[in-house]
Design a protein around this ligand. Structure first.
Ligand code: ZN
Length: 279
């Protein structure tokens, strides 16, 4: 863990430091060797929180984007179950930064425990299996209401560059048709509407995740993947056609909104001017 209680204050590990685990109260000892990331460990027993994942520099980097009092915050359920959230913001949003893969059962138990939760997943290990394709117009734009996109897939060169059907054309033939039932029609290419798409672009793209970690596609809480860029990749469903899409959200925006919004689902849904000069 990054923080332990020393004289009732949460502190980072310092050489020869002694403190107490904020969860179980047991003695903790600072590990500050020259080749290890400075951290605290329990003096006697193993880690008390079964959900705790060994910290990597990536975990640490994420925690450090938030003020110290937001990191490693104990969270107690009504029945007394206690866990340590990686990050909990002053507005009550819990952020779990997850490096290892997870079973459905593990994911679900954490979603039910924290409820107002958002996942940040380390994508560096599956980066080569994740392709990001053409831009999509903002799903709320007028343009998007008429378009039904063909799902992009690795090696499917048409769909990868952007092909779609128009609902307005399909309705002429089948008046009952909706986005969710439309299965075919006249094929259009994105090059016909490139300018309009660019104009209403708001970070949405098609993608293909080869051999996906399925639990993240089924998650009930928002999932953002960190591939090490300045943008996070948020998993989303585009529209009533159930098209899976991603949205690029800058890390700066994500952190700002997590500190400001009170519902995890509202992160990156509203525009705020961000003062880049501030941490
Ligand atoms: Zn403990």
């Amino acid at each position: 863990m990054q923080l332990a209680l020393v004289n009732e204050k949460k502190l980072e590990a310092f050489p020869k430091g002694r403190g107490f685990c904020p969860i179980c109260g047991a003695e903790a000892i600072a590990k500050c060797g020259p080749r290890v990331m400075h951290h605290w460990a329990h003096l006697r027993k193993r880690n008390c929180d079964p959900w705790w994942e060994n910290e990597t520099p990536w975990h640490r980097e994420w925690k450090n984007r938030f003020p110290l009092e937001c990191r490693e915050v104990s969270h107690v359920a009504e029945d007394g179950e206690i866990h340590r959230a990686d990050i909990k913001t002053p507005t009550g949003i819990v952020i779990e930064v997850q490096h290892s893969s997870m079973t459905d059962a593990e994911r679900i138990s954490r979603e039910e425990f924290y409820k107002n939760l958002v996942w940040v997943i380390d994508g560096s290990v599956f980066k080569d299996n994740f392709d990001i394709y053409h831009m999509l117009p903002d799903p709320r734009s007028e343009l998007a209401q008429d378009l039904v996109w063909s799902k992009a897939k690795r090696h499917m060169h048409g769909a990868n560059t952007g092909i779609f059907f128009r609902l307005s054309e399909a309705v002429e033939e089948y008046p009952e048709v909706t986005k969710s039932t439309l299965r075919g029609g006249r094929i259009h290419g994105i090059y016909d509407i490139e300018e309009e798409v660019t104009e209403s672009y708001n970070g949405y793209h098609q993608y293909d995740w080869v051999r996906p970690r399925k639990t993240w596609l089924d998650a009930n809480c928002p999932v953002y993947i960190d591939f090490g860029d300045e943008y996070l990749v948020k998993l989303e469903i585009y529209d009533e056609s159930s098209l899976k899409c991603i949205r690029l959200v800058s890390k700066l925006k994500f952190v700002h909104d997590a500190m400001t919004e009170s519902d995890a689902k509202n992160i990156a849904t509203r525009f705020y001017p961000i003062n880049k000069g501030q941490p």
